[in-house]
Structure formats: C-alpha cells, structure tokens
Write a protein that binds this ligand. Structure first.
Ligand code: TZP
Ligand code: MG
Length: 246
C-alpha cells in the first residue's frame, strides 16, 4: 500500500523543507508520519522544569518535532539553552524549531523557525535564512491559509482549533471544519493547534491535519513522557485506521 508520505511531493535536495538526520535528508512530513505530535516546549507553562529534562522526556517517548516557545525577554541563557536543545534534537533524529525569531533559530543551529502573522514575514525570514532552514507559519483564517500556500514556508499551522487557555489573546476558534477546508487547498504539511488534548487529537487528524501541536495537555501532565507516549499511541492507531490522502 502506498503510504501517505510517498504520495506527497517531497522537495529535492537543497530545497527548503529538508532536515538533515544521521546524514540522510528527511522532510518534516516524514517526521510527522513517524510521530504526528508536534510538542511545544513553552517556558511559561512549566517554569518548574528544566527544558532539557522536558526535551529528553519527549524524545524518549518518540516525539520528533519540538518547538521552543519563549514569550518573555530572550536572554543569553535562553539562547545557550536553545543551542543545546537543537543539538540534542538533531542527534535524536528530530527537528527543533524556535518560535518567532528567525535570527535566534539561525544562530543557535535550530532546524527552523515558527512564525506568526505579526512576526518577520516568511519572505523576509526566508531571505535571511536561505534555502536550508525550515519555516512554519501560523494562520487563523482561510484567507491567511490561502496566502500561506503561496509563501516560502515548509508547513502551515491552523488554529486555534478548540478554545485554549495557553495563548494570550488567541484568535477566534476555527473548529475542525477549517482544518478540513485548509487541507483541501494545500499539500504542504498541515499542523493543527489550540486546545488539542489526547481525547480530541484523533478527530483533528481525521479532519486532515498531518500533526497536532500541543502545549498544555502534554506539559501539564505529571509524567510528560508517559503522556506523550499515550498521545502517540492514540494518534498512530487513528492514522493507521484512516485512508491515505491523495
Ligand atoms: N497558537 C494558537 S493556539 C496556541 C498557539 C500557540 C496555544 C496552544 O496551546 P494549548 O495549550 O495546546 O491549547
Ligand atoms: Mg510568533
């Protein structure tokens, strides 16, 4: 049976969208096919835990795409932390993203940057980063997603799918229907975000997302590694049940 990944167009070597791993090149879509859970390490949600420990727990559980989200002042210590986390994620065969900041992503050796609608634009970020690093881009409406399809970005995020208490001033909830609508207009990897829990995550993949991005339902768990494992089991069961997407 042709897998969902094989059916999708994978960019050539040297093009955006590639991650180096153990000397081979993979796409973020291949990482999502392995583990359709995009963990966001938000420094404000578990200030009691060292990000290094959270990252190790996520990697042990099998998570392969991880983002560092830090909304307060970005100090030297954060930069040094990110450089170490990026190195460790690379060693483990994953991809490490920095939220908001293309400059930090570049300097700390991350695989890429995740941009919002108010950050440096994807075009400017791409000019700064060159073709190698990955760019993810948040969208909150069908119009924004339509525009994102034309931009030099490697994945599109859509949300908040459900109500969230984690993001300050979130955009209006978009629901599963917008995930399906955006799926219909693009073959780019699609990440859904906002209020996603282990219970509702399978419905988000069924609506057309390649991965779910999660903060609170992972990080607030008493045992993050166990929660991530349970998440992946729920999602893998679901993605094996569903038909491969054309
Ligand atoms: N962007 C849209 S919703 C959101 C972000 C960063 C917060 C997601 O956090 P949670 O805890 O998974 O709802
Ligand atoms: Mg941002």
């Amino acid at each position: 049976m042709t897998s969902k990944t094989e059916k999708r167009k994978i960019p050539d070597q040297g093009q955006p969208g590639l991650v180096t791993r153990h000397s081979s090149l993979v796409t973020v879509l291949q990482l999502f096919a392995e583990a359709p859970l995009y963990a966001i390490l938000d420094t404000a949600v578990r200030p009691d835990l060292p990000p290094e420990a959270v990252l190790e727990a996520l990697l042990r559980a099998g998570v392969r795409v991880i983002q560092y989200r830090h909304k307060d002042a970005f100090r030297r210590s954060h930069f040094e932390q990110c450089a170490a986390l990026a190195r460790r994620t690379r060693q483990a065969g994953g991809a490490f993203f920095i939220n908001d900041r293309a400059d930090v992503a570049d300097l700390c050796g991350a695989h890429g940057v995740h941009l919002g609608q108010e950050d440096l634009s994807p075009e400017t970020s791409r000019r700064f980063l060159g073709t190698g690093p990955l760019i993810g881009y948040s969208t909150h409406t069908l119009d924004q997603a339509r525009r994102a399809v034309t931009l030099p970005v490697d994945y599109i995020a859509i949300g908040p799918v459900f109500p969230t208490t984690t993001k300050k001033n979130p955009d209006p909830v978009v629901g599963l229907s917008l995930v399906t609508e955006v799926r219909a207009i693009t073959n780019k990897p699609l990440v859904a975000i906002g209020g996603i829990t282990m219970e509702n995550a399978p419905s988000v993949l069924a609506a057309g997302a390649d991965a779910v991005a999660v903060i609170r339902d992972l990080l607030a768990a008493p045992d993050i590694e166990e929660r991530a494992r349970l998440f992946l089991t729920a999602l893998k069961t679901r993605s094996q049940e569903s038909e491969p997407r054309a």
